[in-house]
Design a protein around this ligand. Structure first.
Ligand code: PLP
Length: 421
């Protein structure tokens, strides 16, 4: 028996909005096949019909370039695009829509800050403080910025159970620290980091904070104003939206002082043969034709998430995470990466004694269970944990306890197979 006996969300009704979740895999002549259990949501989520339809509607009825044409269709498209920006701003508690920049994903958002703010503000000897649990998207852009400017990248250590060593934070936060870049939720450990406290302590030491919220905005309430975040980045495709759209939120005074990241159309007020004058926010950072339809799709995704309720989503995922810990513990030989369920999001990464992560993922796939295997774009973290790869099951509100229990049964079977070898 597991602790979660009943899903409080009406998951069956929700799943009806996601046709892909009804997929039957590996059906061959004479066999029924197995139902898909999609447990790879930290990589990317699925989209409900409503989000797909919102984009079809734009293409069929409202599509033109934005902020350009002086014609009816362009006005329609521009209104929908800007409406989507408003939905994003409200969803993350931004005081204004101008502070919400459409990018092509969290990776681009972080690169934008590393290039634009980094090159203008970092100098030799300055320090950028990351943590040992960062995704490569929140490591490499800073290493590149350090290489350009002479700044130094440092890493706040983690504990063996995958939490930040905040007792060491003040030691790592020196007068040379110009920026702290930290994931709100680790994409491997699932650890929910105390971002509010990190920001307050960094600010007290005179450093800015970039929050990598790729794994938190889709799952927990985010209020950039209450957090006092300087920059915050996330991707649409991890929260029911399409690929190709992401967000950079930034404090107005910081964004206004930053040089444009890319040059081109839309990001200028005036261009002459001798130079250019950048546009106001947010256009200043949106060079070229933006991801118009993906942005509108992201707006629809936020509308869908709002009908479910972000707190209910978080609660449901916590229940699934508790179940996952129970059933995986019962398998035996499982090492969990990261803390207990009460301190993490719906991400459960693990290793299984004597079985490689890729074998696990392949054998689970035969049972219709989709998980991720490898280093999950977090090689320094895996090195810190003394492993090269792990398996990761990651949940969203459309997953069921039954799917998690199937994961447990399938792992028991895998363990039996490898014991026989
Ligand atoms: N940061 C974290 C914590 C992530 O998990 C990911 C994606 O897995 C990213 C950044 C990069 O997101 P994207 O590939 O959508 O740009």
């Amino acid at each position: 028996m597991t602790t979660a006996t009943k899903d409080q969300l009406d998951v069956e009704r929700i799943r009806a909005d996601f046709p892909i979740l009804a997929t039957i895999l590996h059906a061959k002549a004479g066999t029924a096949g197995v139902p898909l259990a999609y447990l790879d949501n930290a990589a990317t989520t699925q989209r409900p019909r409503q989000v797909v339809q919102s984009m079809v509607d734009v293409y069929e009825k409202h599509y033109a370039n934005v902020h350009r044409g002086i014609h009816w269709l362009s006005d329609q498209s521009t209104d929908l695009f800007e409406e989507a920006r408003g939905k994003v701003a409200a969803f993350i508690g931004s005081a204004s829509t101008e502070q919400v920049i459409f990018t092509h994903g969290a990776t681009e958002s972080i690169n934008l800050v590393a290039r634009s703010w980094g090159d203008a503000n970092l100098k030799s000897g300055d320090e950028i403080l990351l943590t040992e649990m960062e995704h490569h998207a929140n490591i490499v852009p800073w290493q590149q910025a350090a290489a350009r400017t002479g700044a130094v990248v440092r890493f706040l250590p983690i504990t063996d159970d995958g939490r930040l060593t905040l007792d060491k934070f003040d030691e790592y936060l020196t007068p040379r620290t110009k920026l702290v870049a930290v994931a709100a939720v680790s994409n491997v450990l699932g650890t929910i980091n105390p971002v509010q406290e990190i920001i307050a302590r960094a600010h007290a030491a005179g450093a800015l904070v970039m929050v990598d919220a790729a794994q938190s905005v889709p799952h927990t309430k985010t209020d950039v104003t209450a957090l006092d975040a300087d920059f915050l980045a996330f991707s649409g495709h991890k929260m029911l939206g399409p690929t190709g759209v992401g967000i950079l939120y930034g404090k107005r005074e910081l964004l206004e002082a930053m040089p444009p990241f890319m040059g081109g159309g839309s990001m200028i007020r005036r261009v002459t043969t001798s130079g250019f004058e950048p546009a106001e926010l947010p256009a200043r950072f949106e060079a070229g034709t933006p991801p118009i339809v993906p942005a509108i799709g992201l707006g629809a995704a936020i509308g869908y998430l709002n009908t479910i309720g972000i707190d209910a989503i978080h609660e449901h995922e916590l229940r699934l995470t508790r179940v996952a810990h129970e059933v995986l513990t019962a398998v035996g030989g499982v090492r969990f990466l990261g803390p207990d369920p009460e301190h993490k999001s719906g991400i459960v990464s693990f290793t299984l004694e004597k079985v490689h992560a890729h074998d696990i993922a392949q054998l689970l796939d035969r049972q219709g269970i989709a998980v991720r295997a490898g280093h999950h774009c977090a090689m320094p973290l895996h090195k810190r944990l003394g492993i090269t790869a792990s398996s990761r099951a990651s949940f969203y509100f459309y997953n069921t306890t039954e799917e998690v229990e199937r994961l447990g049964r399938a792992l028991e079977e895998i363990k039996r197979i490898f014991r026989r070898k």
